[in-house]
Design a protein around this ligand. Structure first.
Ligand code: CTP
Ligand code: CA
Length: 228
């Protein structure tokens, strides 16, 4: 079976995608991180390339093969991701924040490996908040007319559903599109299949996509192209 060629509806556009998950060093051998594999971000990169876009991926700790014909900038920390995304965003028509960004970082990383204490007492780790890269991008709009897309990983809890958390996040972040997916309990992170609900900036549902990460990516590009 040969897949039908994709429409060239991203031709002439520069698309910037952050992928993977940031890590914040605790000491030279340890970090605070998350389980994001970068698969959804890389699927977005491949499909955007196949739809004619010039693609820059800012890859945080992704151990997948680089997609052919795509610029890949490798980063580790949230600070590095922020600098690389902002630099690329100055020429971008579309920015997609698919990376799982560490919300907190240690106030200071030790210069040497932290040793166990002989008295068995464990020192607490003091954390501070990382900047919200997506919220900054939507507030500043580094390039006029740029379409900005966020992802929201939610688990839901006994009070609030995944979709309700997503709707609140859409209103808070100011992104043009927010793709909400359910995570945890074996869903989404590190898997090949994905299911997302696509919201606009008011939290209203534009559509849903279930399937491979490529199919979810294509559905998201369809919505980006619908915005103009
Ligand atoms: N994001 C970001 N910078 C951060 C945290 C998140 O740019 N410091 C982006 C992510 O790349 C994603 C979107 O914001 O596109 C939503 O991330 P998420 O972790 O779901 O939302 P948070 O605002 O961090 O809220 P919380 O983790 O408390 O649910
Ligand atoms: Ca977060």
């Amino acid at each position: 079976l040969v897949a039908p060629p994709r429409p060239q509806d991203l031709a002439g556009r520069h698309v910037v995608i952050s992928a993977g998950g940031t890590r914040e060093p605790l000491d030279p051998v340890r970090y605070l991180g998350n389980r994001s594999s970068g698969r959804q971000g890389y699927a977005l990169a491949r499909t955007a390339r196949d739809r004619g876009a010039r693609v820059t991926v800012v890859a945080a700790n992704v151990s997948l093969d680089d997609p052919a014909g795509v610029d890949v900038v490798e980063v580790e920390t949230t600070d590095q991701l922020r600098t690389a995304v902002r630099a690329a965003a100055r020429t971008a028509d579309v920015v997609v924040m698919a990376a799982a960004v560490a919300d907190f970082r240690p106030v200071a990383a030790a210069g040497h490996k932290v040793k166990k204490r002989s008295d068995g007492v464990v020192d607490p780790i003091l954390l501070e908040a990382n900047p919200d890269i997506l919220a900054e991008l939507t507030a500043e709009r580094l390039r006029p007319g740029q379409v900005i897309v966020g992802f929201a990983a939610e688990t839901g809890d006994e009070h609030t559903t995944v979709l309700e958390y997503g709707r609140a996040k859409a209103r808070r972040k100011g992104a043009d599109l927010l793709a909400v997916n359910a995570v945890g309990h074996g869903l989404a992170f590190g898997t090949t299949d994905n299911a997302v609900t696509i919201l606009d900036r008011h939290g209203d549902v534009l559509g849903a996509a279930v399937g491979s990460k490529d199919e979810v990516a294509d559905a998201l590009w369809d919505e980006v192209c619908r915005l103009g």
